[in-house]
Write a protein that binds this ligand. Structure first.
Ligand code: PLP
Ligand code: ZN
Length: 387
């Protein structure tokens, strides 16, 4: 039977409050749901859509345009993000006593991290809505990505980054023409500064989950994983988590695919990994609270040091709904992970990526992962940028 490709234009319907479902207009500029002080989430009319709606001739995340929010194609600001490979890690799998371990390598994205997906989408939508100035607090990678996409779009960019971040991450922002401001402290201090500057300059605030569209870019990770697994998902996905956009985005994608009847079988159990030195989400998952003694410190895995994420409840929901888990790894374990994976598989991962392997090893040892289960790790960034 000949399959007729469905409409591939955006099917976006609305933006909704993730707590009370109040609808917000997607044709105007929006930040977060002010009714409940939580993130907004985009909804789509996916009735009649299917895997045949994918634009298979596009080898980037824009192949899923029907489920993305950009209305006019000329507003897409792309550097060819997404469509990243999944490789099998056979020797590492054997070394921890499991049969199937794979990794999706997001370091091959433009600007060297998965942040390219969210920022390509966020900047495209900003262009569509006529935004001329943007500001972002960042642990490092998101700032570089926003600078690159703003350069391409001709939008003014300001990046606020912790002073202790590696030189490469700072220099790339300057090279892309962004205004870079360095702050003593972690990303929450950068966020505070970004809000102050946005209030006086009118720049649009691109803080994680405080605008609705970076999530839609990260969501394409879930579409891609499903497509690469031929619509039968792995048993466990392990994700190095800071602000949570990737974790929440992957889960959102799976739900949209279910509504289109595109995926079969059980959904994966989602695992959230953080560094021992800053693990607010692991504490909340394990004990329900952030202890009084919580004292976040910088991690060498910059992306994981997010002490007060905005989307806390959404992340916890993903873990509860998926029967998932949350755990920490130490700074030393991440360094050891980088070395083990490099020596065994010939891949240099970011510390965040290595954290997912060390977490897998712990979960196998505790019996939470069974030897016959299919495990997928996410390498979210590049080792080469942290010099
Ligand atoms: C390499 C890397 N991994 C993981 C993260 C955490 O990402 P998310 O905000 O999606 O939890 C970041 C965020 O900065 C990052 O740069
Ligand atoms: Zn609300």
């Amino acid at each position: 039977m000949i399959q007729v490709a469905m409409q591939s234009k955006s099917t976006i319907q609305s933006l909704v409050c993730t707590k009370c479902n109040t609808s917000y207009d997607h044709a105007s500029i929006q930040q977060f749901a002010t009714c409940c002080n939580v993130p907004l989430s985009a909804t789509y009319d996916l009735v009649g859509q299917s895997i045949h709606s994918i634009k298979r001739e596009l080898y980037s995340m824009w192949r899923y345009q029907f489920a993305l929010p950009v209305l006019q194609e000329e507003n897409i600001v792309s550097l060819q993000e997404g469509f990243t490979p999944i490789s099998k890690l056979k020797k590492l799998a054997a070394s921890i006593g499991i049969q199937s371990l794979s990794i999706k390598d997001e370091s091959v994205n433009p600007t060297g991290s998965f942040k390219a997906r969210g920022l390509s989408m966020g900047v495209s939508k900003a262009k569509e809505l006529g935004i001329r100035k943007m500001i972002i607090p960042t642990a490092g990678n998101a700032g570089g990505a926003m600078s690159a996409y703003c350069a391409k779009a001709g939008i003014e960019a300001t990046v606020i980054m912790p002073k202790h971040t590696a030189e490469t991450l700072k220099e790339e922002c300057r090279l892309y023409g962004a205004d870079l401001i360095l702050i003593d402290g972690l990303i929450d201090a950068c966020g505070k500064k970004a809000r102050e500057i946005a209030a006086t300059t009118g720049a649009f605030d691109m803080s994680t989950m405080k605008e609705p569209y970076r999530l839609e870019g990260k969501k394409t990770l879930g579409y891609e994983i499903a497509e690469q697994y031929n619509w039968e998902l792995p048993d466990v996905i392990i994700y190095p988590t800071g602000g949570g956009t990737g974790l929440i985005g992957i889960w959102k994608a799976f739900h949209e695919l279910i509504s289109m009847k595109a995926i079969h079988g059980n959904l994966p159990r989602m695992v959230l990994v953080q560094s021992e030195v800053c693990s607010p989400m692991v504490s909340r998952f394990q004990t329900g609270i952030l202890p009084d003694t919580f004292a976040p410190k910088p991690s060498a895995a910059y992306g994981l040091a997010v002490p007060y994420p905005f989307a806390t409840d959404m992340m916890l929901n993903v873990l509860y709904e998926s029967n998932g888990s949350a755990l920490t790894v130490s700074e030393q374990e991440m360094e050891m992970g980088v070395q083990r994976i490099a020596k065994t598989e010939g891949m240099l991962l970011s510390l965040e990526g290595a954290a997912t392997f060390m977490a897998a090893e712990k979960l196998v040892a505790s019996g939470w992962i069974k030897p016959e289960e299919k495990i997928l790790l996410l390498n979210t960034g590049s080792w080469y940028k942290y010099r």
